[in-house]
Ligand binder design. Structure first.
Ligand code: GCW
Length: 698
């Protein structure tokens, strides 16, 4: 009787709990498969944890929450060591050889079970390693894996796995499409929102170990004492989850908040100011990660204001944090209005001569491509080209150029495409991934109840963490994990949603930027198409700079007869791109200017291929709608409806992209949109007239 009552209560509870997406992938609803549940339950009767430190308390709580939810039973995890426990969680367990333990390093873990009645073991060399092991173990249960005969060794491939928030102190988020910043600076440090805890749990569950919480377009106020107290409160909380806090440093802070006349990095007073500032920060936050810096880029102050180099600037900050073991992450996203060179080439030209000139605690953070987080970009030529400098990858999780808050686009294939690209810098097989020391993702998180606005944005946060941990995971496996944890393990649902996610990025490329077109978004907010824009002050802010369409053809010639950006790549990497005949279609107009009647590999002319791709993109969104709709019965109403409505928007916007771009390019090609395709609904003037003064994220 008692048992039935409990079951009833649990059932009522699960109905009452709206599926609003807040729980992310850490949903711990009771497993539907009863025999699996009993099996797990029998295997997990008592758990032993090696203490009660803050990190172990986090692990204990998570296990209790997960097991009571998934298995529907309360598992007590007493503080005292229990040698008879069925799940033994131990630091540097004696049951594992010294050699194996050594292989786990600081953050890795091992999960082992020999089957039968022998206890399960999770071990690591550190508490945070144990925490990662616990989250991994919970994931096994959530995704309904067998826990008999486990022998898992997981070691992160990159030491720095990071989120970069572009959050302003007024709580707006640059390029944020999920509400306001989750950092409530006004109520910090006294009020600690539950969100901070759930944010840390989510990050720890995917191995994120560093977060930079302020916009790279930085505000010096964050470095003042009242704000540092607020940052300390967050850092104190995140510490138990293995997460270090970084701040963005405004290069002119010594002038703005320090009262100095200059921020020249070679000026001793400036150097001293930063040393004092670092000391002040480390007194509050002993494990402060360090500074992330955008300097001399898009109007931000920097060392070049004083005729110094990026290395001079980075090294000054690096010296200030070095004795505290802090890092300086210096962004390579630079291009200058004064330099007439192809924007594609500028970061490389600027940073190549600086290789070997940075202090050892400087990391240079490079965007995945040389332009700016486009739906598709060839990898940045700086990867592998700075052998003496630790390099971080910067991906953009927030979908500034990929449909913002309303398009379903799974980004793991984009991330993987870059990570697996061959730079050839140290011979064949020098993948981009192999050249990295860390990976950062520009966050897509905000105050929306489901964190990311679009529910599927959660998958991109998840994928970034998983790939930073292990870039060899496949996009498919990551999608499947996420779907199983976020929705259900139903095989047809998993298969349908996986297919949809895997195809989604290419679908967007087709209706937005096919055949290597890029940066033809409306300017400023970057929402919607704007290939016609040509009136902005700086040439490289105009879409016309990038597509170069005229009556003869379209595309950016980056070969030796054009800007020669190709010469910045290793010749073996550049080879396939240099000739239109061998250049893959996906990159064709990125590297080549070609006539409208150029014959593509498909046999279609370039113009017809454009028409084909744009229409394929639109039709594929209809296909996504069909896939989603046919899984309705397997999905909860709230999340089903939300994604359904967003897919409707995506479909309309895909048509908008197609019609606006084809009409505009047609004004040059003077060729018809072939008959089988839907003709544009409105005139080019109509699309040009659309204004979005309050588009988000700007
Ligand atoms: O993609 C561009 C964005 C800017 C951003 C910049 C950068 C933070 O449009 O909003 O500024 O990149 O990465 O610095």
């Amino acid at each position: 009787m008692k048992v039935n009552l409990l079951a009833l209560l649990l059932l009522l509870f699960s109905f009452a709990q709206a599926e609003d997406g807040y729980r992310l992938w850490l949903r711990y609803d009771q497993l539907k498969n009863a025999s699996l549940r009993t099996g797990y339950g029998a295997r997990l009767t008592t758990i032993s944890l090696p203490g009660n430190s803050p990190t172990l308390q986090v692990a204990r709580k998570e296990l209790q929450m997960a097991l009571s939810g998934l298995l529907g039973k309360t598992v007590r995890i007493p503080e005292t060591r229990n040698p008879l426990a069925t799940l033994q969680i131990e630091i540097s367990s004696g049951r594992v050889s010294a050699k194996e333990l050594a292989s786990l390093g600081e953050e890795g873990f091992l999960i082992r079970s020999t089957g039968g009645r022998s206890p399960l073991l999770i071990t690591a060399n550190s508490e945070v390693g144990l925490l990662y092991g616990v989250f991994h173990f919970i994931r096994l249960l959530q995704t309904e894996q067998s826990i008999d005969r486990l022998n898992i060794i997981e070691v992160p491939q990159l030491p720095l796995r990071m989120l970069n928030h572009w959050d302003n102190l007024d709580r707006t988020v640059e390029r944020g499409y999920a509400g306001f910043s989750i950092w409530n600076w006004h109520t910090l440090p006294t009020y600690m929102d539950q969100r901070y805890i759930d944010y840390a749990r989510a990050n720890a569950s995917i191995g994120i170990n560093a977060v930079s919480i302020t916009n790279v377009n930085a505000n010096a106020t964050i470095l003042t004492q009242p704000y540092l107290q607020k940052v300390k409160a967050l850092a104190d909380l995140f510490r138990s989850y293995g997460i270090k806090v970084y701040l963005t440093a405004r290069f002119s802070a010594p002038v703005e908040i320090g009262g100095l006349k200059t921020a020249d990095p070679l000026d001793p007073a400036v150097q001293q100011w930063w040393k004092n500032k670092a000391r002040e920060i480390y007194a509050l936050i002993p494990d402060f990660g360090g500074f992330l810096v955008k300097a001399n880029s898009e109007g931000q102050p920097g060392p070049q204001d004083y005729k110094r180099t990026h290395a001079d600037g980075a090294n000054m900050l690096a010296d200030a944090v070095a004795s505290f073991k802090g890092n300086v992450i210096w962004r390579a996203f630079v291009y200058s209005a004064e330099v007439p060179d192809d924007r594609h080439k500028q970061a490389y030209s600027e940073f190549l001569p600086l290789d070997g000139k940075f202090r050892s605690n400087v990391l240079v953070q490079v965007k995945n491509g040389a332009i700016d987080f486009m739906p598709r970009e060839p990898f940045h030529p700086l990867f592998g080209a700075l052998p003496k400098t630790p390099v971080m990858m910067e991906f953009q999780i927030t979908q500034e150029y990929l449909g913002q808050g309303t398009h379903l686009v799974y980004l793991a294939p984009l991330f993987k495409e870059c990570l697996e690209s061959d730079t050839y810098q140290k011979g064949k097989g020098t993948t981009v991934a192999s050249t990295l020391n860390g990976m950062a993702g520009v966050s897509n998180i905000g105050t929306d109840i489901n964190w990311t606005g679009h529910l599927f944005g959660q998958a991109n946060w998840y994928a970034l963490g998983r790939l930073a941990w292990n870039h060899e995971l496949s996009s498919e496996d990551i999608a499947k994990e996420w779907i199983r944890m976020s929705f259900s393990t139903d095989p047809s649902l998993v298969s349908d949603l996986t297919q949809m996610m895997l195809a989604s990025r290419e679908i967007l490329v087709n209706y937005m930027n096919p055949i290597g077109l890029h940066h033809i978004m409306a300017t400023g907010h970057h929402y919607g198409p704007g290939p016609w824009v040509s009136n902005l002050n700086r040439p490289e802010w105009n879409p016309t700079y990038y597509h170069r369409a005229d009556s003869i053809g379209i595309g950016f010639n980056r070969t030796a007869t054009g800007s020669d950006a190709l010469s910045q790549y290793h010749p073996d990497a550049a080879k396939k791109w240099s000739d239109p005949a061998t250049c893959p279609d996906i990159d064709l107009l990125w590297f080549h200017y070609l006539p409208w009647n150029y014959t593509m590999k498909s046999g279609r002319t370039l113009w017809n291929e454009l028409c084909y791709r744009y229409n394929l993109g639109v039709d594929s969104v209809s296909w996504m709608q069909t896939v989603w709709n046919r899984q309705q019965s397997k999905l909860d109403a709230q999340r089903f409806e939300q994604v359904k409505m967003l897919l409707n928007i995506q479909h309309q916007e895909a048509k908008w992209w197609r019609d606006a771009c084809l009409l505009y390019f047609q004004s040059f090609s003077r060729l018809p949109i072939p008959a089988p395709y839907e003709q544009p609904a409105k005139s080019l003037d109509y699309y040009k007239s659309l204004q979005f003064p309050y588009a988000p994220g700007h």
